[in-house]
Write a protein of this length. Sequence first.
Length: 178
Amino acid sequence: MGMSHSELSAIVIEIAEAAGYEILVIKFVDGNVVRVWLDSPSGVGADDTAKLSRLLRGTFEERELDAGDYQFELQSPGLDRPLVRAPHFERFAGEEIQVRLRERRVDRKNFKGVLKGIDPEGVVSVQGDELWEFALEEIQEARLVPNFNRLLGKQPAPARTRKPKKARKPRRKKPKRR
């Protein structure tokens, strides 16, 4: 018999943290697929996911644990990285984020704005068309909104204004030939 999701998650977190990685999210998909988003202070690349995959396999074999038919998918947080715990909201203050709430508020669940930060009680502040505050428990998912200009080191293009059309000279009519 395979392990429960919570047992499997605890082992994945233990192994990843011992190797210097932070587990952001673990999702169980389609019964046997385990998606793991991981991060490290220096970022996560293909070498990191391969290393952790080998560590997981080795640890399960060494401990003679049955992971059942689970298939692990290890991935970096990506440009639209999930924000899960309070330190994530502190670290990315000033960045644009997308927030999805568990329950509707003001007839909506999705909010987008600039992350102002998080207070000691765990209340996240987001400045959109107005200032919103959400308790961490209310948030189903929060993600960074990628800013490609900043990532590429470019300044945003100035707003385009339309040039006024030049006045045309009236065309002369050609006389009709007879």
